[in-house]
Design a protein around this ligand. Structure first.
Ligand SMILES: Cc1ncc(COP(=O)(O)O)c(C=O)c1O
Length: 487
């Protein structure tokens, strides 16, 4: 017996109610944009300790107050990325119309492992991956898949590398690995490459960390040294991974050097361009990714400096057919022939089964603005990185870690009174300053550690940030630094 439609279900699917709620929420979001862009909130990151925030929601969620009110509260208590004073993590300050696309795709919910679950979305993905790959400089015949995040894209690329390196006679997907493999990657690389190698069962020694120079770039000598080390341990190296750029300081590896090395040793060449491959779209900054055209695979996050809401990543292959290397998964309920390279059944090439309608988000950017908007965004954000570095050099009491290649800038505040402080004292001071700034704002910057020192770290993601905002942030750090008494 089928129960009659419950009034709650009727309410949930009511189109008129949907529009009414939508209008209210949309107007609230407009107000949020105006408030954020005009820096009218007390801080771009409304800091509350994890325990306080948990207690807040524990209490608050006991008494529902309706969707628009809940959304207002979420907006109020969330990080204000659209505020030009947000200079912290590497997530996109999304083009606001991306939120409208999200509304449409969430309602359609056509994301799928197979064509039949999302025909439009699948076909668009195939077209866009080839089109954007070529714009990045990859050869004719390139292509790829979209997935949820750079972390996953890097893992899948390394699975492709392992299969490719093993040749036709080996299929580790079927029979498991018969020897321990390894990957060469910068000691400055994002931790997800290390994690991918461990997931593949090669342990910590499978991560061949390559030393970098004072500019945080892999060197030729470093590559040879790491190669010899892995050879002496009997490791079968399958790939070399270039960072474009690194996470901590935003340094670009010299991709031609890595591509030459990969050619010489018959390795797969993967570029982790999660953060910075977007430089390919800027005529001014494209030189940083020169050599990307020689990569077997490239991971690029549309949700970093490309204005798309997270998560939305492209895993590009120089040759589209390489995208079938990672998996040969049997799944009779989805497709009948696991070996058949059907481009339209994306689940054959992605780690995920169901995925969101990712290609629609990217298509929307191209539809409204064209790919040139990515070049303008890169130019603006990298320009802000450079402007901050110039201010740090000109302003007394600050130490710049490295002239930035991109929009990531690491530095320390060294007030006159602490000029003679030891490294440990400076680390303590930097951490205390960062904590105080986190609590009081109004800007938001983060902290990192490398070269044996603790640094403050800004990633300039918001194109509405102005040089004056950078100078205000440095002034605020000076002000707060003067309050810190610890030795
Ligand atoms: C260079 C690099 N690779 C990979 C990642 C991980 O990407 P995601 O957060 O999309 O998984 C990041 C994230 O910051 C990154 O900077």
């Amino acid at each position: 017996m089928v129960k009659p439609l419950h009034p709650l279900l009727k309410k949930a699917y009511d189109p008129d109610r949907f529009v009414k709620l939508g209008q209210e929420i949309l107007l609230d979001l407009q107000a949020h944009l105006v408030k954020s862009q005009s820096k009218s909130s007390p801080a771009s990151m409304p800091w509350v300790s994890p325990e306080e925030e948990r207690l807040h929601w524990e209490k608050r969620l006991q008494t529902p107050i309706g969707l628009p009110a809940l959304m207002r509260e979420v907006v109020e208590r969330s990080n204000q990325l659209q505020d030009p004073r947000y200079m912290g993590h590497q997530v996109a300050v999304p083009f606001p119309d991306g939120a409208l696309v999200g509304m449409v795709t969430d309602l359609l919910n056509n994301g799928g492992a197979i064509y039949e679950m999302g025909p439009t979305n699948s076909a668009m993905e195939e077209v866009l991956m080839s089109q954007i790959g070529k714009l990045m400089g990859l050869p004719e015949g390139c292509g790829g898949v979209m997935c949820h995040g750079g972390t996953l894209a890097n893992l899948v690329a390394l699975l492709a590398a392992r299969r490719w390196k093993g040749g036709a006679e080996s299929d580790p997907w079927e029979s498991g690995d018969d020897e321990l493999g390894a990957v060469l990657v910068s000691e400055q690389a994002h931790y997800c490459v290390d994690r991918a190698v461990r997931i593949m069962g090669w342990g910590s020694e499978g991560v061949g960390l390559v030393p970098t120079d004072q500019h945080h770039r892999i060197t030729k000598e470093g590559l040879e040294e790491a190669w010899d080390r892995l050879q002496s341990k009997g490791r079968r190296v399958v790939a070399v991974v270039g960072s474009a750029c690194t996470t901590s300081v935003g340094a670009y590896d010299e991709l031609h050097v890595l591509a030459d090395f990969a050619d010489r040793h018959g390795l797969w060449f993967h570029v982790d361009g999660a953060h910075g491959a977007a430089a390919a779209f800027s005529t001014t900054h494209r030189h940083w990714v020169s050599g990307i055209e020689r990569a077997h695979s490239v991971a690029m996050d549309f949700h970093k400096i490309m204005g798309v809401p997270a998560l939305c990543t492209g895993l590009f292959y120089g040759q589209q057919d390489h995208s079938f290397l990672p998996f040969t998964q049997k799944a009779e309920y989805l497709w009948s022939d696991a070996e058949d390279p059907e481009w339209w059944n994306f689940g054959k090439r992605t780690f995920e089964c169901t995925k969101r309608m990712l290609s629609t988000r990217v298509a929307a950017v191209l539809e409204e603005y064209g790919p040139e908007i990515w070049g303008h965004l890169v130019d603006r954000l990298f320009g802000l990185g450079n402007a901050l570095a110039e201010q740090l050099k000109a302003r007394k009491g600050f130490e710049l870690a490295m002239s930035p290649d991109a929009n990531i800038v690491c530095f320390r505040h060294v007030p006159e009174s602490r000029m003679d402080a030891s490294d440990e004292e400076m680390d303590r001071f930097t951490a205390a300053l960062r904590q105080l700034h986190l609590e009081r704002g109004p800007q938001y910057v983060v902290q990192t550690r490398f070269g044996g020192k603790t640094w403050l770290r800004c990633t300039l993601m918001n194109p509405l940030t102005e040089p004056q905002d950078l100078s205000d942030m440095l002034g605020r750090l000076e002000e707060l630094g003067a309050e810190i008494t610890l030795q």
